[in-house]
Design a protein around this ligand. Structure first.
Ligand code: ADP
Ligand code: MG
Length: 365
């Protein structure tokens, strides 16, 4: 591994992709990935995530733009020579080969000497804590074990980059969470550059150094998990990452660091914004359910609006309250389930309050 270009180990430069010469499924993808970074491409189905991985792996052509690895364009490098490991949702282990033979496969096709293959297979089984399973066939493994073998097989030839396309999609929730830790552990131990694809925002938030949020072939925002959560750049990101209330609003004026907004029921609230909004412009006020409070305004929660109680829902540790604003906009509030949790009759009016810095005025998607 070279030291040069570490900050830009993988570069997507103005990458566009069309499968049919008319529609672009990747519109203009720019991303620099640091060596050893764990980057996730997150977005709904069909947003172009897999296509970006396939172009990097060399299984799809780039329609325009270029991809560089370690400062060198890879367009003319055959997939096999790109030294990239891959893991997919369907493990694609060879069913007629044992676990040890599956692990050995990438090494034997690369013509490594037998003793080296033996050593690496043993190390690899130890790495995934399946030392006793070398002689089993994939059919004799659980889903989680198969996926660990697939992961180990993608790492055994020591690729500098590992691409993972929804690798945990076929596993149930508990196993998926276990495997998320397993992948993180291997990433931290080995230090490969990871590019991970998922449509699951929780998975992206827990695993990634940075997340690129895709929609319709366009990256909406690329940032660390906490920045995406706390400072979404637009209404799509605000909605896709975590939960958000989307309240239609009109910009009244800019007042210092805050925008004064008028809501549908003519109430006035303050919010911050990443965009330069103009007076009169329509926007979306986003506030997370956990940042809203029920009751009288305080110096801390300086925004206040009237709301009608509709219903509530117990969700273990917390209660979700559904309210309706004067213009029928529905608003969700999340409250810890303790003695203080208020109760209402359907139709009862109350105040919802929040701190102006937790509300964001975002441009409409
Ligand atoms: P994602 O991985 O985000 O679900 P994809 O990259 O698989 O999205 O797909 C993006 C778009 O490109 C979709 O509209 C999909 O139908 C289309 N597409 C993907 N692969 C092909 C292909 N081999 N030929 C034609 N269209 C494709
Ligand atoms: Mg995909």
């Amino acid at each position: 591994m070279s030291d040069t270009g570490n900050e830009k180990y993988v570069q997507f430069r103005k990458v566009k992709k069309s499968y049919d010469q008319s529609t672009l499924v990747v519109k203009e993808f720019n991303l620099d990935i640091r060596q050893g970074e764990f980057v996730t491409l997150l977005g709904p189905s069909g947003s172009g995530k897999t296509t970006c991985l396939m172009m990097l792996a060399g299984f799809e052509d780039v329609t325009s733009g270029e991809i560089l690895v370690d400062g060198k364009p890879i367009t003319d490098v055959a997939p096999y020579d790109r030294n990239i490991g891959m893991v997919f949702q369907h493990y694609a282990l060879f069913p007629h080969m044992t676990v040890a033979e599956n692990l050995a496969y990438p090494l034997t096709v690369r013509k490594l000497p037998d003793n080296e293959v033996k050593r690496r297979v043993a190390d690899s089984l130890a790495l995934i804590e399946l030392e006793e399973f070398g002689k089993r066939y994939p059919g004799q493994l659980s889903g989680g074990q198969k996926q660990r073998v697939a992961l180990a097989r993608s790492l055994i030839f020591e690729p500098s980059i590992v691409l993972m396309d929804e690798p945990l999609g076929a596993l149930d929730k508990n196993l998926r969470e276990q495997m998320q830790f397993e992948i993180k552990r291997l990433h931290e131990k080995i230090g490969f550059t990871a590019i991970y694809v998922t449509h699951d925002q929780t998975e992206a938030l827990t695993m990634s150094d940075r997340i690129a949020v895709f929609n319709n072939g366009v990256v909406q925002q690329c940032a660390s998990p906490d920045t995406l959560y706390e400072e979404p750049a637009n209404a799509f990101v605000a909605d896709f990452i975590g939960e958000n209330n989307n309240i239609p609003a009109t910009v009244h004026e800019l007042n210092g660091d805050y925008f004064e907004l008028t809501l549908g029921d003519e109430s006035r609230v303050r919010a911050i914004s990443p965009s330069k909004l103009e007076p009169g412009q329509e926007c979306i006020l986003t506030v997370r359910p956990e940042n809203l409070f029920i009751g009288t305004p305080s110096s801390h929660n300086d925004n206040s609006i009237k709301a009608k109680f509709i219903t509530h829902l117990y969700v273990g540790d917390f209660i979700r309250y559904l309210f309706e604003l004067g213009d029928k906009t529905e608003v969700m509030v999340k409250v810890l389930n303790d003695q203080q949790a208020p109760s209402f009759k359907p139709g009862e009016m109350t105040n919802l309050t929040w701190s102006a810095i937790t509300g964001r005025a975002l441009e409409r998607p």
